[in-house]
Design a protein around this ligand. Structure first.
Ligand SMILES: *[C@@H]1O[C@H](CO)[C@@H](O)[C@H](O)[C@H]1NC(C)=O
Ligand SMILES: *[C@@H]1O[C@H](CO)[C@@H](O)[C@H](O)[C@H]1NC(C)=O
Ligand SMILES: *[C@@H]1O[C@H](CO)[C@@H](O)[C@H](O)[C@H]1NC(C)=O
Ligand SMILES: *[C@@H]1O[C@H](CO)[C@@H](O)[C@H](O)[C@H]1NC(C)=O
Ligand SMILES: *[C@@H]1O[C@H](CO)[C@@H](O)[C@H](O)[C@H]1NC(C)=O
Length: 264
């Protein structure tokens, strides 16, 4: 298992989940900009694929041009296929503007933690209004496609902040020595590949944020059928949690997080 080919998406609204869809192909430039490590990003296949590289000098990352108020977000990714402890490959949504700080921000994270041997771990997190610490981590199996792995419901009725700010997409490969320990640079450089740059999102507009919550044909992800997992998805979700969940914040800090005692 050298390569993981994974499709990711996060749906913002009643729940955030992970699964894959087939979609049209936009080029990178239509929706994204490289934001750092400019000479470490390479465009392939006429802009339908991007390689991000990390070496001793720099990692690299990109961000969507626009902000979204809701959507059905996805990315196809291939993470480094070598001993890569300390290298993290990401796909996430954040309300924090590129290059600016915003403490009370919202964020949905998918971070693939490099390792020198199996298993590889996918770390997910949900940050609302600056409150983090909601990690759930999974040892990876071959495909994540069509399998929901994380659900975060709107529990604002019991005082749990839900995602409420507009967000943009970011992706990166970075040196996470501080989190996962040292990188063996003799294995480098490390490369990650990204495909599928079309974005099914509702463009955020300051004067009418509610518009992105409307159930319209364009905002198909707001349809009632997406408010919860269907029985088949629920079965897969429970199965994955049973077999691959390696860390769950709810099993440790549950007094600080009221949603942990609710049936999720
Ligand atoms: C979450 O629930 C609260 C209260 O029930 C509601 O006001 C808010 O609009 C909901 N948020 C979203 C994104 O649906
Ligand atoms: C990002 O891309 C957009 C559209 O292609 C462009 O107008 C804008 O100048 C770019 N921004 C940066 C920081 O490169
Ligand atoms: C990686 O991060 C660590 C911790 O911040 C730092 O000490 C080290 O210099 C970094 N290495 C490279 C090559 O960026
Ligand atoms: C890395 O692999 C080791 C041994 O195979 C395992 O114990 C550890 O949990 C893995 N770490 C991560 C972050 O996946
Ligand atoms: C809450 O945490 C305790 C340990 O701190 C654990 O025994 C218990 O199973 C947790 N409850 C839930 C719902 O995860």
């Amino acid at each position: 298992m050298d390569h993981f080919l994974l499709s990711l998406f996060a749906a913002l609204l009643f729940s955030a989940l992970l699964l894959a869809i087939r979609a049209d192909e936009n080029t990178f430039d239509q929706n994204y900009n490289v934001t750092w490590g400019f000479d470490h990003a390479t465009f392939l296949d006429q802009g339908k694929e991007v390689q991000l590289l990390i070496d001793q000098y720099s990692g690299s990352g990109f961000a969507s041009v626009h902000d979204y108020g809701s959507g059905f977000f996805q990315m196809r990714m291939k993470i480094p296929n070598k001993k890569s402890n300390g290298v993290v490959t990401t796909f996430y949504l954040t309300s924090k503007p590129v290059d600016q700080d915003l403490v009370y921000h919202d964020e949905l994270d998918f971070e693939f933690m490099g390792n020198n041997s199996m298993p590889y771990t996918l770390s997910t997190n949900v940050i609302t209004n600056g409150v983090a610490g909601r990690e759930q981590q999974f040892h990876l199996w071959f495909f994540v496609e069509d399998t929901p792995i994380r659900v975060f419901k709107n529990n604002s009725h019991v005082g749990v902040n839900y995602l409420s700010q507009s967000m943009h997409i970011e992706a990166s490969i970075w040196n996470s020595t501080n989190w996962l320990g040292p990188v063996d640079w003799s294995q480098g450089p490390f490369t990650a590949f990204y495909q599928k740059f079309d974005i099914d999102g509702c463009l955020y507009q300051d004067f009418n944020p509610q518009q992105c919550y409307a159930n319209t044909p364009t905002n198909f992800w707001n349809a009632e059928k997406y408010w919860q997992l269907d029985p088949d998805q629920q079965g897969k979700y429970e199965d994955v949690r049973k077999k691959y969940l390696s860390y769950d914040y709810c099993s440790k800090n549950n007094e600080s997080y009221p949603e942990c005692s609710l049936n999720s």
